[in-house]
Design a binder for this molecule. Structure first.
Ligand code: ADP
Ligand code: ZN
Length: 524
């Protein structure tokens, strides 16, 4: 639809076109800033209505708005939604049918098109203006703008080319939008898009209706089933790292009376589409998926998101859990994690083909997430703190708030744990070192002569599971590190020296699910 002059009041457009009575949150400020022709950076968490921040100005300004989007599927969804509202919108992408592309181009030339969705390569190639009608470009929106940054989860090389936009189209306001707000990513977006003067709008990232719970993994399947019992008849997502685990988990859930379907990138496209539709339309379905499932999921009443494996970063965790509770009703984020996750994630980073610089960033991101898993303070505070946002006091809606963590002076235990690493030569993974501590005679402890060490059996007062927890915390405290090779060898950090010398005490959390003498966790 083209805007007749009496429609140009943004609030009227909101009411007439979208049928919404009022703007939400910071939307009116953003919309006015864009309409006045200024560059704008919008940092809103998922679900706060970012799309409207460029769609509505596009209808109030002369010319065509160009929207850069990373995924064809996302573009098509938005175009469909706009068409349903009576807005003339279209998309151009490489595998489109010639007839469809011709139709889009003819409406562009006629100056009828209010929003045109394109891929980053397309817009960075220049030449868009020659395709447009007499009113030219109204604005350029860069959706999922974090894709331009190494720091932003989901970095995409083709986004870097967007740095040319300011030069190619001077005078056209750029609106960059993302749900990733960490300060590094934010800085990168401004720098790489050349929008130093942009007005920045940051809405709170607090998803108050989502409660957080993170447990040490002891028996993941039983832990998951226990959790799902609280959500009978409700829909939710269970994330796993690998396709294999997705398959196994679905099978197991169905055997145990939970209606579950699976989703991962390699699935047959027809099955994938069918399962995605089922999730969207049916209630009470548990979708077990890899992270391939998510972007563009708009189901409002996802009641829970469970992670059986550690995500790659706090941003990833926040985005994935953020798919719960878009309708504002109480929802749960649940995760189990173990030392093995850290080793596995670390190995994925090391074996990836990123540059050393990127690998360092990825490791830092992983460590930040481990810190949130092991925190004894309010999880919401820790998560928001990561995004540079302060939460006033404890939230009362996360596990560390509702079941306060008991802490204890773990200095002596830490010394034993560190000594066991040192005495075995900093060459072994957590499983073996714990065998040594609890004095377990195995082929390996015998072969390496570890049964003769003074530390052998020196940690009998705790169960193996408790030692697992202690090691995870030493890692989160940066007293040790874990090699990301197949053995996951633990090594001491320099900071460990102060613990040995008793110059530094170590406060540890007492994990609820881990008790003295508990059976060794099979798969942490
Ligand atoms: P985001 O991109 O920030 O995740 P969306 O743009 O997809 O969020 O918007 C989330 C939901 O909120 C959508 O269903 C959208 O239609 C709705 N919405 C956005 N703005 C408003 C508003 N002012 N009033 C009512 N609903 C709105
Ligand atoms: Zn809390």
């Amino acid at each position: 639809m083209t805007c007749s002059p009496e429609l140009v009041d943004p609030l009227q457009v909101l009411r007439n076109v979208w049928g919404y009575p009022e703007f939400r949150g910071m939307q009116p400020d953003v919309v006015n800033n864009v309409i006045s022709g200024r560059d704008t950076l919008v940092l809103f968490p998922t679900g706060k209505g970012k799309s409207l921040c460029f769609q509505l100005p596009a209808l109030c300004m002369p010319g065509t708005a160009v929207v850069v989007s990373p995924l064809v599927a996302l573009m098509r969804d938005q175009v469909e939604e706009l068409k349903e509202l009576g807005v003339v919108a279209g998309a151009l992408w490489s595998e489109q049918s010639p007839a469809e592309a011709a139709e889009v181009k003819s409406r562009l030339r006629a100056g009828e098109m209010k929003l045109l969705y394109v891929t980053p390569e397309r817009v960075a190639a220049g030449g868009l203006r020659s395709m447009l009608g007499p009113d030219g470009l109204s604005l350029i929106a860069v959706d999922e703008a974090h894709c331009i940054s190494f720091w932003g989860n989901n970095f995409r090389k083709d986004y870097l080319a967007l740095g040319r936009l300011k030069e190619l189209y001077p005078g056209v306001p750029i609106v960059a939008l993302t749900a990733t707000a960490d300060p590094h990513t934010q800085k990168d977006i401004v720098k790489l898009l050349n929008i130093a003067g942009a007005e920045v709008y940051v809405d709170s990232f607090d998803r108050k209706n989502i409660s957080y719970e993170i447990l040490p993994r002891s028996n993941p399947r039983a832990q998951l089933l226990d959790f799902l019992k609280r959500h009978e008849g409700e829909s939710g997502i269970v994330y796993c790292l690998s396709r294999k685990k997705v398959e196994e988990t679905v099978e197991w859930l169905n055997e145990n009376g939970v209606r579950a379907k699976h989703y991962h990138a390699r699935l047959d496209p027809a099955v994938k589409a069918a399962n995605q539709d089922a999730f969207r339309l049916e209630e009470g379905l548990c979708l077990v998926a890899t992270v391939a499932f998510g972007m563009g999921i708009n189901k409002p009443n996802v009641r829970y998101v469970a992670h059986l494996d550690l995500p790659s970063s706090v941003e990833g965790y926040y985005q994935e859990t953020g798919r719960a509770g878009r309708d504002g009703l109480p929802s749960e984020a649940f995760m189990v994690f173990g030392m093995q996750d850290i080793v596995q994630r670390g190995r994925m980073i090391d074996e990836g083909d990123a540059s050393d610089q990127v690998k360092r960033i990825e490791r830092a991101k992983l460590n930040a997430l481990v810190g949130i898993c092991e925190t004894t303070a309010c999880r919401r505070q820790a998560i928001l703190g990561h995004f540079g946002e302060q939460h006033p006091g404890n939230c009362g809606n996360c596990d560390t708030c509702t079941k306060p963590i008991e802490t204890w002076d773990g200095s002596d235990a830490a010394i034993k744990a560190l000594a066991a690493i040192y005495r075995t030569g900093e060459r072994f993974g957590v499983g073996h070192v714990i065998d040594v501590l609890v004095g377990k005679v195995t082929e390996k402890t015998k072969r390496f002569g570890h049964v003769d060490l003074a530390v052998f059996g020196a940690g009998k007062e705790f169960s193996a599971a408790s030692w697992q927890s202690i090691y995870r915390q030493l890692l989160a405290l940066n007293l040790i590190r874990v090699e990301h090779d197949e053995f996951g060898a633990m090594k001491l950090q320099e900071s460990a020296a102060a613990v040995f010398k008793k110059e530094r005490s170590v406060t540890l959390r007492r994990d609820r699910s881990v008790t003295r003498g508990a059976k060794r966790a099979a798969d942490t």
